[in-house]
Design a protein around this ligand. Structure first.
Ligand SMILES: Cc1cc2nc3c(=O)[nH]c(=O)nc-3n(C[C@H](O)[C@H](O)[C@H](O)COP(=O)(O)OP(=O)(O)OC[C@H]3O[C@@H](n4cnc5c(N)ncnc54)[C@H](O)[C@@H]3O)c2cc1C
Length: 503
């Protein structure tokens, strides 16, 4: 069987998802293939921040900060259900960075953001403010600035849902194994990783959004003299019971000058991350090591009144950054993983009359929409009739209504359901939560209760509309309900899902 499309996209992380949405909305026929679960790669293992990246000011990446802050504002508008504004507190540590430098940096951060709806930065007296309550008494001075917390996995899923509603096709557990050009078309072989069945897709353009595999895939499909590489930098996070009350986060300067975030997460938890460790092999999923856990605990313990230790860790996760290697193989390479650029590079390879290969090197979650716009711009010569940029103005599914309003509607329409659960549902689905509950009056209408806030009705939705197949897809990516469950509940859910599948 042979499928024909305009655009074949390899990779169901945020970059592939953003490009699929943008292209489908411009009228192109799109097929996206992910070898694993959607968002099973780095895009569900980030710090979950939509941010300008305050620390990139130190490395002089002003354009990246400016673009990221402008994207932060756009995402607040088009996906309010997935965006949670947060105040970040930086306790002042004079021996690491002088106060004037941080104040100047924050002023610049506010300025680069242009017109923003989030409160601007300020200094704070930690001795008298609630922001100082979680900190050791020696921290008396601090700074506050704004950024945004998101749900990275759901951001990918909402982009893909919108893409499919605009005609794109999304296939999971399908790996691109080879592709060759025949004039103006790519002929690609894809293999189902569960059944080993192969299929051929013919496409007018191929987008390589393979994350950590981007450079290898480009080398495979378009061998070239021009060196374009990536460096892999592992980053780990730990999750502990909530360390302090309040909705603010902390940006902690570690003694090695790196930044560690302390972020309130999933109501009852604190997320701590991240490490930055360059690795030489990204072919297997990375793992959090005990050294990394110790490193993160020690960084927090320089500041926190309440000490954190490894035994507090309830969950941990790890991802690999695929960072664009600007320096090439020999010159200018920074030996410090934190100094490698977080900016992106789009490489379009083709010869006259040939189908293009567009590879996405690097890039952050925050800038994915802009990457997609630039990707489509690069492909315009092959698709001159495709539409204009549109994604900055169109809400993602469920994002057509402010979150507070959606929560208000849900509380009013479902007075018999737990209010806190309705709020979680609104954060996951936005205004579409109302349709999900259209036939529900009381808790028994939600079907089986798996614990942790997960009910059968939502599981059915994830399987029918969000490509979920396995327990982990639902417990850790479509939701974080796995965190709120006991191990026995997770095992029971996995058994139930497996038996449902076999039926
Ligand atoms: C620890 C850490 C913290 C971070 N924090 C932030 C943050 O707070 N804010 C921010 O903006 N950014 C952050 N980032 C960066 C951000 O997470 C990544 O830049 C982004 O998720 C990369 O998305 P991607 O689509 O390129 O890659 P991925 O999400 O890895 O997606 C690539 C996909 O391609 C698939 N694939 C590969 N080869 C094939 C093939 N042959 N066939 C089919 N499928 C294939 C993979 O399975 C994978 O799912 C962080 C990154 C890390 C590691």
């Amino acid at each position: 069987m042979q499928t024909q499309v305009d655009l074949l996209i390899v990779g169901g992380g945020i970059q592939g998802a953003g490009i699929a949405r943008d292209a489908a909305g411009r009228g192109l026929s799109v097929a996206l293939y992910e070898q694993d679960d959607i968002t099973g790669g780095t895009s569900s293992a980030s710090s979950k921040l939509i941010h300008g990246g305050l620390r990139y000011l130190e490395t002089g990446e002003f354009r990246l900060v400016h673009d990221s802050l402008s994207e932060r504002q756009t995402l607040l508008r088009i996906a309010p259900h997935l965006m949670q504004p947060l105040r970040f507190v930086i306790p002042h540590t004079p021996q690491l960075r002088p106060a004037w430098m941080i104040r100047l940096g924050l002023m610049f951060y506010d300025l680069l953001g242009g017109h923003q709806t989030l409160p601007s930065s300020q200094t704070v007296d930690l001795a008298t403010s609630v922001y100082g309550e979680a900190l050791q008494a020696s921290y008396s001075k601090g700074f506050i600035y704004s950024d945004v917390q998101t749900d990275d996995a759901r951001l990918v899923i909402h982009n893909l849902r919108d893409a499919t509603e605009r005609g794109a096709k999304v296939f999971t557990h399908m790996r691109l194994i080879s592709a060759h050009r025949e004039g103006a078309a790519w002929h690609a072989r894809l293999e189902n990783t569960q059944t080993n069945r192969q299929t051929t897709v013919v496409a007018r353009a191929l987008v390589n959004a393979a994350g950590t595999g981007v450079a290898a895939l480009r080398d495979q499909l378009h061998p070239s003299e021009q060196y374009l590489g990536i460096r892999w930098v592992k980053g780990s996070h730990i999750v502990i019971p909530r360390l302090y009350p309040g909705k603010h986060a902390y940006t902690l300067q570690n003694t090695d000058r790196r930044i560690i975030f302390l972020i309130p997460w999933e109501q009852n938890y604190t997320l701590i991350g991240t490490t930055d460790i360059e690795i030489s092999d990204a072919s297997t999923p990375p793992k959090v090591t005990s050294e990394e856990v110790t490193y993160l605990c020690e960084a927090v313990n320089h500041y926190s009144k309440k000490p954190v230790q490894a035994s507090d860790v309830l969950w941990q996760f790890c991802g690999t950054r695929a960072l664009f290697d600007e320096g090439g193989q020999n010159d200018n390479r920074s030996s410090n993983a934190s100094q490698i650029t977080r900016d992106y590079h789009l490489q379009c390879d083709s010869l006259t009359g040939q189908a293009p290969l567009l590879s996405i090197f690097g890039g952050k979650l925050t800038t994915y929409r802009r990457v997609a716009e630039q990707a489509l711009e690069k492909l315009t010569p092959w698709f001159p009739a495709s539409g204009q940029p549109w994604t900055a103005r169109a809400a993602l599914p469920g994002g057509d209504c402010p979150l507070a309003e959606t929560i208000g509607h849900l509380h009013a329409s479902h007075p018999n359901l737990p209010p806190a659960w309705l709020e979680q549902l609104a954060r996951r689905h936005g205004s579409r939560a109302l349709a999900l509950l259209a036939d529900v009056r009381e808790t028994k209408d939600l079907g089986l209760d798996f614990g942790g806030g997960l009910y059968e009705i939502e599981v059915a939705h994830f399987m029918a509309h969000e490509w979920a197949q396995e327990a982990d897809d639902i417990l850790w990516r479509r939701t974080k309900t796995g965190l709120h469950m006991m191990p026995e509940q997770r095992a029971r859910f996995a058994d139930w899902l497996a038996s449902r599948g076999s039926r």
